[in-house]
Design a protein around this ligand. Structure first.
Ligand code: ADP
Ligand code: MG
Length: 162
């Protein structure tokens, strides 16, 4: 079953990310897909707030990978990747994308397509439709059942917020 969420503005996307941050745990891999300006980084910023990060999360377009400590649990880290500038799948190995797939790491990947051969099946795919002014549709997809219960929880929290 797909889950969808309609965001009317950046603020709503930040709040969605924040709530999403509350259901995440070490080992999670989230793929953020959508055009330039869709709101992938905005969602990542909300997630970071939900995980208790104080450092500002910015787009890692030029560095590919940024790593942050979280304050929620000892040794839980957030890794934020932006693979937009990669040109060949071999570069995915070179920059160490797979090194972030660890049980103590929550991994957010913008522009994941080039890394598709390296991505485990157990992940959450988030597709963002829309760009430009305001409205965005977020679609959540997953293969592994473990996401079902957590997304049910997330969506019941989001419903209570309205
Ligand atoms: P991406 O990382 O997908 O390229 P960003 O998060 O960097 O996108 O930028 C999203 C842009 O869209 C920002 O300028 C933001 O202000 C704007 N925006 C407008 N409406 C929304 C919305 N509903 N959710 C997120 N961002 C939005
Ligand atoms: Mg971005």
């Amino acid at each position: 079953m797909d889950y969808t969420f309609k965001s009317q503005n950046k603020e709503a996307t930040l709040k969605l990310g924040q709530s999403l941050g509350h259901i995440l745990q070490g080992g999670d891999i989230l793929c953020l897909e959508g055009d330039l300006g869709a709101g992938k980084t905005a969602l990542a910023q909300g997630i970071a707030v939900g995980l208790g990060l104080t450092a500002a999360v910015t787009s890692p377009t030029f560095t590919f990978i940024q790593e942050y400590a979280t304050s929620l649990q000892d040794n839980l880290r957030l890794v934020h990747m932006d693979l937009y500038r990669l040109q060949h799948p071999e570069e995915v190995e070179v920059i160490g994308v797979e090194d972030a797939f660890q049980t103590d790491t929550i991994c957010l990947i913008e522009w994941p397509k080039i890394a598709e051969d390296y991505l485990p099946e157990d992940r959450l795919d988030i597709h963002i439709q829309g760009s430009g002014e305001d409205t965005r549709i977020f679609t959540f997809r997953f293969q592994e059942e473990s996401w079902q219960e957590r997304l049910d929880r997330l969506f019941s929290i989001l419903k209570d917020d309205h």
